[in-house]
Structure formats: structure tokens, C-alpha cells
Design a protein around this ligand. Structure first.
Ligand code: FES
Length: 307
């Protein structure tokens, strides 16, 4: 009996050691941690209710800047805290370290607000990783706050320990943030790389009369999925995969924004001008690739990627 248990205990220990030695495996386990779903669900609902579509939410997503605002804003707390911990290695730097810790804590508010806005419009596996990332960063901020408090009380050595612990927790959180962005693609453009996937010059698409009027349809051009929208003899074409997370734009609603016909993605509501792919509302921040079109004398539509 004892002999049969030993190998399985060893196997468990080996598996645990393998997981710890491969942080990516731990992050992948978080992706599949369904036990987080009740928290993810209720927090996501709360954030969506608190941030209705509009200019403020677009700014939090980073629409005016053409890329998510969160990655740029997290540099302030992480940079300040890393510098503070380095300063703690030297004598006579207590005051400077305290200022950096306080600046980092102040920088967590915009970083958290932008992160929450982006997180609320992610897929569930991404949200699980995002939740643990946020818990780590909140834990790090709490440790740095504690460090600041004990330093103010004259217990500098204890403050240094708390700062170093805070930086360690923030580093784990940053790793998960990297996993979210680089492995799970949160924040990167998911639109097809049209200039890489279509040849140079004009391409034949279909006859104009085959397209319904004022109803978006999907058409294929080689590897490219396209949203095609006809208004009379005018034809607009966008890449069909939404730049936010790849949603099918041809299933979206046609709306009018700022006097222009736009398509709203069916997944999270990103809204693009149909004529040229400009982002009107997030969460998408990257312009949707668009095509120039022309109608030939025999009534066929030709297109080429817009430069
Ligand atoms: S996939 Fe999220 S808005 Fe389109």
C-alpha cells in the first residue's frame, strides 16, 4: 500500500515543481480556473454598468490615442516602485524613496481605471487572468502604502521589507499582464494584416448587382474575410475581423455616428466608420483596415487595400 502511494506523491511533487518552474503553465491554469467566474461575472457587470459607452469610456480605453492607455499608465507606479526599492539599497535616500513610493501609489488610480475598462470587454479566459493580475497589483499597492506608513513612523527597515515584498508581488502581476497582452492578445489589434494577405493592385470582388442595398454582407478575397456594404452605387469594404478581439463585423449593426454610416461590432460594440475604418467608439483602439473600391464599366466591383 505504502509503495503504491509513494510514486503518486512523487508524481504530484514533480508536477508541482514543473508548474512552478514554468510560470506560463501557472498562467494557463488561471485561464482555466472556472472557480474565479462568479467574481469575474459580478465585477464585470459592475464595471460595465459604471462605464456606459461614451467619450469618458472611450478615453479610458485609449481611443483618442490609437492604442490602449493602460500599458502606458502602469509604467508610472512600476517605475517609481522599482526606483524606490533600488534607492533603499543606499544610505541617506529614505526621503527620495518615500516620495517615489507615494508617486507610484498616486499613479495606481488612472492605471486601475483604464485597466478595469479594458478588462470589462475581454473574453472570459482573459478576464480570469486579468482578475488575478489586478489582485496582485492591488496587493502590491497595499504593501507600498504600508511601507509608506511605517516609514512615516520611523520604522524604515520594516518599510524596506514591505517595499521589496510589494515589488515582488507587482512583478508577478506584471508577468500576468504580459501573458494577457502577449499570449492572449488583449489590447493588440486582431484585424487581419490586409497589406500582407492581399497582392498589390486592384482585385475583382463581385458584381455590384449581387450586393444587397444598405445591408452588410461578408465576402472573401483570398484569405481575407471582408465586410461589404453597398449604398446605391457606392461600396465600402472593411476587413471583417474586428480589431478589438476579432468579432465578425458583418453581423454588426449599421448606425449613424457624426453623420457617417458606421458598423457596431456585435461582440463589444466597437464602432467604425464604414467608409475608412476610423474608430468612433471603443473598446477597439486600432483603425479597422479598409479598402478603396471602384465599379468597372461592366458593373463589377474592384478593390485594393487603402494605404
Ligand atoms: S471584438 Fe470586441 S468590439 Fe469587436
Amino acid at each position: 500500500m505504502r509503495q503504491s502511494l509513494l510514486p503518486s506523491a512523487r508524481a504530484r511533487r514533480t508536477r508541482k515543481a514543473a508548474l512552478l518552474s514554468r510560470p506560463a503553465a501557472l498562467a494557463e491554469r488561471i485561464e482555466r480556473a472556472h472557480s474565479l467566474d462568479p467574481v469575474v461575472h459580478s465585477l464585470s457587470d459592475t464595471v460595465v454598468r459604471a462605464l456606459p459607452a461614451g467619450a469618458r469610456t472611450d478615453a479610458l480605453h485609449g481611443v483618442p490615442f490609437g492604442q490602449p492607455a493602460h500599458p502606458a499608465l502602469v509604467r508610472l507606479p512600476l517605475g517609481c516602485w522599482t526606483s524606490a526599492v533600488l534607492l533603499d539599497l543606499f544610505r541617506g535616500t529614505e526621503r527620495a524613496a518615500g516620495v517615489l513610493i507615494a508617486a507610484g501609489i498616486a499613479g495606481t488610480a488612472p492605471a486601475a481605471a483604464t485597466g478595469l475598462a479594458d478588462w470589462s470587454a475581454l473574453h472570459r479566459d482573459q478576464q480570469r487572468v486579468g482578475l488575478v493580475h489586478a489582485i496582485c497589483q492591488a496587493g502590491a499597492a497595499t504593501l507600498f502604502l504600508g511601507s509608506l506608513a511605517v516609514r512615516a513612523g520611523g520604522r524604515t527597515s520594516y518599510g524596506r521589507v514591505l517595499s521589496a515584498s510589494g515589488l515582488a508581488v507587482a512583478t508577478v502581476g506584471s508577468y500576468l499582464g504580459g501573458h494577457l497582452a502577449l499570449r492572449l492578445g488583449a489590447g493588440t489589434s486582431h484585424a487581419e494584416q490586409v497589406s500582407h494577405l492581399s497582392g498589390l493592385g486592384w482585385h475583382d470582388l463581385c458584381a455590384l448587382r449581387e450586393l444587397p442595398d444598405r445591408r452588410p454582407v461578408r465576402r472573401q478575397l483570398g484569405y481575407l474575410s471582408l465586410l461589404v456594404y453597398r449604398q446605391g452605387s457606392e461600396v465600402s469594404v472593411l476587413s471583417d475581423r474586428c480589431s478589438h478581439l476579432g468579432g465578425p463585423l458583418h453581423q454588426g449593426r449599421i448606425v449613424v455616428e457624426r453623420g457617417a454610416a458606421c458598423v457596431a461590432c456585435p461582440w463589444h460594440g466597437s464602432t467604425f466608420v464604414i467608409a475608412d475604418g476610423t474608430v468612433v467608439h471603443g473598446p477597439a483602439t486600432a483603425r479597422q483596415p479598409s479598402f478603396e473600391t471602384r465599379v468597372t464599366s461592366d458593373g463589377r466591383i474592384e478593390l485594393r487595400p487603402r494605404p
